[in-house]
Design a protein around this ligand. Structure first.
Ligand SMILES: CC(C)(COP(=O)(O)OP(=O)(O)OC[C@H]1O[C@@H](n2cnc3c(N)ncnc32)[C@H](O)[C@@H]1OP(=O)(O)O)[C@@H](O)C(=O)NCCC(=O)NCCS
Length: 179
């Protein structure tokens, strides 16, 4: 099976957890993102409906998770989503699976009423998928990353117009370092 159409996308189940970690370890060549997913699951910001796996036959070949975060803007504080990590098994990459999983996650997030999604760290892929540089809205993040590495997408038109500071959940600080 080579085409993304033959992939089933669904929320992660408890029994998927080992395979999800295997996907992140293989894609990121390290333990950091697998540990991030484990830590996020333990927090109130974790949304089981937005932790999605792509399954080929019975094997988990990709995973994405969107979690709740605070956006502090001049007009007040509100909730947005932060993306990450997303990973596709290296042996299954470049087949459109990542793009499909991302589209599905964004669609579900929009249906749930979330206004925007923010990603930190991997601008190349996400900009190719319709995300824009955070600078576009004057958005900053609580992570020690240059603005050029941060991207976002609005799920509700003009949701990010006021810019502001996106406060990432603590496990992201452990991965990227504290500022
Ligand atoms: C990034 C990743 C999720 C993409 O998954 P994938 O299934 O290979 O991606 P797709 O096949 O759906 O590719 C979608 C498009 O993005 C492009 N793309 C893929 N990786 C890219 C990158 N690093 N930079 C820019 N564009 C990229 C592809 O060229 C493709 O566009 P095209 O089909 O028009 O050529 C996957 O390669 C991966 O797990 N990488 C390691 C972990 C990572 O970087 N995760 C993202 C940050 S959390």
């Amino acid at each position: 099976m080579n085409r993304a159409e033959e992939i089933l996308i669904r929320p992660e189940r408890h029994a998927d957890r080992d395979q999800v970690e295997t996907v992140h370890r293989a894609a990121f060549e390290g333990e950091g993102e697998a540990a991030l997913v484990r830590a996020l699951r333990e927090l109130p910001v974790y949304l089981p409906e937005l932790s999605l796996v792509a399954v080929e036959s019975t094997r988990v070949v990709a995973h994405i998770v969107l979690s709740r975060a605070r956006l502090r803007a001049a007009g007040g504080e509100r909730e947005v989503l932060v993306l990450g990590p997303e990973a596709v098994l290296p042996s299954r990459s470049h087949r459109g699976i990542g793009a499909r999983l991302l589209r599905e996650a964004l669609g579900r997030a929009r249906e749930m009423g979330y206004p925007a999604v923010v990603e930190a760290g991997r601008p190349g892929y996400f900009r190719a998928q319709g995300f824009r540089p955070a600078d576009h809205w004057g958005l900053t993040v609580s992570l020690p990353l240059e603005a050029a590495l941060v991207s976002a997408v609005e799920l509700v038109p003009d949701a990010l117009t006021d810019g502001g500071l996106v406060v990432f959940p603590e496990p992201f600080h452990r991965l990227f370092g504290h500022r």
